[in-house]
Ligand binder design. Structure first.
Ligand SMILES: Nc1ncnc2c1ncn2[C@@H]1O[C@H](COP(=O)(O)OP(=O)(O)OP(=O)(O)O)[C@@H](O)[C@H]1O
Length: 515
């Protein structure tokens, strides 16, 4: 299936993660480790995306930033695993409340881009122009970000000269929608509790008449609430009809459809506050590299797996079903249920990694970052864990970001592979395509270093000259130019675009190979 037909789970645009460095007294400027430096990437539902690159290139940082374990420095990370009104983030209401000002702000940013563009176009090729290009790209990015903030929420309404009435009605709809959803959720919980109460009475041997009498009060409350929910539903429908009427006023505008396509139900992860992020954390899980240090030695396996389940209120502490559920997950992950009372030190490395996997998967996540998840294990155990991860992915419909420096593991497990160098993804393609046609010189060098048993077809390993440059002051232009055997003058000056060279195969390089 072509990527454009697949469902995106996470959409990353121009993501930056800079870590500040403490200033000393000789140092004049504030310095940053540019661990992720402008990454744009779609992660599709159900895929395993492999991430490779030398140590320190920013793989772990990317994984953790996507999970919002670090507050990202810049860029957009949109998540489509849940509807925006399910989480009801405050940022959405804030944008809807300030549509008029937001649009003005956007036009100011757009004008700034146009001015820089004019200066840029007037300059002859040369250093001054190259320097201005970086500035232009940055300004374009800010303007686009501001545009997307608005248009993703209001679509075609963007054409309205006066956004005040649009703002009013959309705020009304948003508030009513969130209230309605909450009421429905509460009502579902009340119904489950009611059924639970009835079946426990039945287990205690009560007759139908006795059960009816004991639960009559709860039932009448539920029915009353049903009436109230119906009223709220009607109110919401009326607001939506009003919105539709307002939309009719604008949909004849030739630009309406153009803006309407930007409407987006995703959640901007970086804009969530702590409580909102917490609600999503169960969806986004991490399996660590080191099965030794990532498990608390003072907790039993049962406690380790239950911890997240209790924190996210899947179960109550005294719920009898908790232990059964933990044992079920353990079994799925290849751990005998009677291990539940054992401590981590009583297990081998492979078994500990299974505990780490069970801990993450117990929460029924949608997206899992596996950060060097098998690197600390013996080769024979590695393949068991990889196969377990693949089986679980199928069963639970998971999406993986699989980080590894080991290309054979990446080749085996991934549907697509991203190659990172000094904070950027320099090449991205389907696994087979990438291994058959490495198009970035860095990928070519990485692949040439994989040991092979094919004696007749032995390719010579390409030795990368020089050290990995510092991510604090990375080389100008293409960051790989200091070690690239094809580099020319342009590579030192111009940041290469991330271009699609074949369907769904992207590369950032001025001298692409194997084309
Ligand atoms: N919390 C942090 N504070 C400051 N710098 C950091 C932090 N985390 C990572 N870095 C720096 O960011 C860069 C990228 O590190 P990262 O761990 O993401 O790379 P990696 O590709 O995962 O490497 P490895 O395979 O060695 O873990 C490195 O220069 C690292 O020193």
């Amino acid at each position: 299936m072509a990527n454009k037909d697949r469902k995106v789970l996470i959409k990353v645009q121009n993501l930056k993660q800079y870590f500040p460095i403490k200033k000393n007294f000789i140092q004049k400027e504030k310095l940053f480790v540019r661990a992720n430096d402008d990454i744009t990437l779609d992660i599709y539902e159900g895929e395993t995306l492999g991430l490779v690159g030398e140590s320190g290139c920013g793989k772990s940082t990317l994984g953790r930033t996507l999970l919002q374990l670090y507050a990202q420095t810049d860029g957009r990370t949109m998540y489509y695993g849940r509807d925006v009104d399910e989480i009801a983030p405050a940022y959405v209401l804030d944008i809807l409340n300030h549509l008029v000002d937001r649009k003005k702000e956007y036009f100011t940013l757009k004008e700034k881009v146009e001015n820089i563009k004019k200066q840029y176009d007037a300059l002859p090729d040369g250093d001054e122009k190259y320097a201005l290009r970086a500035h232009l790209l940055e300004a374009e990015k800010h303007s686009r970000d501001s545009f997307l903030d608005i248009v993703q929420l209001i679509g075609g309404f963007f054409v309205a000269d006066n956004l005040a009435p649009v703002s009013d009605i959309l705020v009304k709809e948003y508030k009513a929608g969130v209230e309605y959803r909450k009421l429905k959720e509460k009502q579902n919980e009340a119904r489950v509790a009611y059924e639970g109460q009835r079946s426990s009475l039945k287990e205690k041997g009560k007759t139908a008449v006795q059960i009816d009498a004991a639960t009559k009060g709860t039932l009448s409350q539920i029915e009353k609430q049903d009436e109230f929910i119906k009223i709220k539903e009607k109110e919401l429908e009326e607001i939506r009809a009003e919105i539709y009427k307002l939309m009719k006023k604008y949909d004849g505008n030739p630009d309406f459809a153009k803006y309407e396509v930007y409407r987006d139900k995703g959640i901007n992860l970086a804009r969530l506050d702590e409580e909102e992020s917490r609600k999503l954390r169960k969806d986004l899980q991490l399996i660590f590299q080191d099965p030794y240090s990532s498990l608390n030695p003072r907790m039993t396996v049962g406690q380790i797996i239950s911890e997240g389940l209790l924190a996210h209120k899947y179960f109550d502490k005294n719920d009898e079903k908790l232990q059964n559920y933990v044992m079920e997950v353990m079994e799925k992950c290849g751990l005998a249920p009677y291990f539940i009372h054992r401590y981590p030190h009583q297990f081998s490395g492979g078994q500990r990694q299974r505990i780490g996997i069970a801990r993450a998967l117990a929460l029924k996540p949608k997206f899992v970052v596996c950060d060097e998840a098998v690197s600390a294990l013996d080769v024979s155990i590695q393949s068991q864990i990889i196969n377990l991860l693949l089986d679980l992915k199928e069963q639970e419909n998971l999406t993986y970001l699989f980080i590894s420096h080991d290309l054979s593991v990446i080749k085996y497990i991934s549907d697509r592979v991203g190659v990172m160098y000094l904070g950027n993804i320099v090449e991205l393609a389907a696994t087979e395509e990438l291994f058959a046609h490495p198009t970035h010189p860095y990928t070519e060098a990485l692949l040439s270093a994989i040991p092979t048993t094919d004696v007749d077809n032995k390719k010579e390993a390409i030795i990368l000259e020089g050290d990995i440059p510092s991510p604090i002051k990375p080389p100008s232009g293409c960051k790989f130019h200091t070690r690239c055997r094809y580099a020319t003058d342009i590579c030192k000056k111009v940041i290469p675009d991330f271009e699609e060279v074949r369907p769904d195969h992207f590369v950032a390089c001025h001298h692409k190979i194997n084309l």
